[in-house]
Design a protein around this ligand. Structure first.
Ligand SMILES: CC(C)(COP(=O)(O)OP(=O)(O)OC[C@H]1O[C@@H](n2cnc3c(N)ncnc32)[C@H](O)[C@@H]1OP(=O)(O)O)[C@@H](O)C(=O)NCCC(=O)NCCS
Length: 293
């Protein structure tokens, strides 16, 4: 659900310029994290009087309680008062499609989830795939998303990675899924079979990524569910993944699809001076069949 939040900041008298600059920098960093997590959708500045400091924010959260947690996690909250307006969909909202189905920015309409064969057999989509994927990954990483890159990957790196995944998928050692709305790529993800000979029955799910403008509309869930089905069909025994400990949306998504935590490396993921837990999840298909031995 979405919320419009009017955030009014009053800096206490006597606060040094340095302290204000510090907190602004930390607020900007936190805003990037919240955007990457899909909680912060837009920010605007309304007309302001001299000395006035006010921002309008469009937020997304499961409910008012989760929104409060999000707002309280922002450094400027100590000097801020927030006025929250919960928003309900309007039947005439132009962002909704003709039958109330959202258009390009996501919503309730089902995305098309293509596998590697379907994707590569559509010349138009195949030709644009690497570039569109690069844009999604770059924008997410710039906004602080936990995808394994500190700096956005180059176009060449993404291209080589995707070529490798497609070749591996053709050889039965991977699955790639791409989500499309109106023939625009809005998300992707893949798993790769482990290369180590003793780990070959297993695969690792990597880089589930959804365009930030389409977060929270079921695309990540549809991609991950399709990749799980692919793994089951390919006879994968254990599907693993790792995620950053602060990536609440992703961890919730994976748990809701059957993954469970089998380990955690505390303060292992290094992003600048920040350290985050590396959380290890697995989905053991052998247990589903009751034949683990
Ligand atoms: C994690 C990610 C792939 C989820 O994709 P998505 O399309 O936004 O997710 P979905 O809409 O399918 O929602 C899945 C769950 O995530 C949570 N969620 C996702 N977006 C949310 C939002 N904007 N507000 C609140 N919760 C949200 C919900 O808990 C949801 O569970 P629910 O269906 O029980 O409500 C996406 O946020 C993303 O690309 N993040 C950046 C990259 C990343 O972190 N990838 C994972 C690496 S391990």
């Amino acid at each position: 659900m979405e919320f419009l939040v009017t955030m009014t900041t009053r800096v206490p008298d006597g606060t040094s310029e340095q302290a204000v600059a510090d907190i602004r920098a930390r607020e900007a960093a936190r805003a990037r994290e919240l955007a990457a997590q899909g909680h912060l959708l837009r920010l605007w500045r309304p007309p302001l009087q001299p000395g006035e400091w006010r921002t309008l924010g469009l937020f997304s959260a499961a409910d008012a309680g989760q929104l409060e947690e999000v707002l309280a996690s922002m450094p400027l909250r100590v000097w801020r008062t927030d006025e929250v307006t919960p928003l309900s969909p309007h039947p005439s909202d132009p962002a909704q499609g003709p039958q109330g189905a959202p258009t390009t920015s996501g919503g309730t309409r089902e995305p098309l989830i293509l596998d590697a064969t379907e994707l590569t057999s559509d010349p138009d989509l195949a030709a644009r795939f690497a570039e569109s994927a690069h844009k999604i990954l770059t924008d997410l990483v710039r906004a602080g998303a936990a995808l394994g890159w500190v700096e956005p990957p180059s176009r060449d790196e993404v291209s080589k990675l995707l070529d490798h995944v497609v070749s591996a998928a053709n050889a039965g050692d991977a699955a790639l899924r791409a989500a499309y709305l109106d023939r625009q790529l809005v998300g992707l993800g893949y798993w790769l079979r482990y290369a180590r000979p003793t780990h070959r029955p297993h695969a690792d799910l990597e880089k589930i990524a959804v365009d930030a403008a389409a977060h929270g509309h079921g695309i990540g869930r549809a991609l991950t569910a399709a990749l799980i089905t692919d793994a089951r069909r390919a006879g994968i025994e254990v599907l693993t993944l790792d995620a950053r400990g602060d990536n609440g949306n992703a961890l919730h998504l994976y748990r809701s699809l059957g993954f469970s935590e089998y380990g955690r490396l505390p303060d292992f993921v290094a992003v600048g001076t920040c350290r985050y837990d590396k959380v290890l999840y697995m989905l053991d298909f052998r247990q589903e069949e009751g034949c683990a031995s």
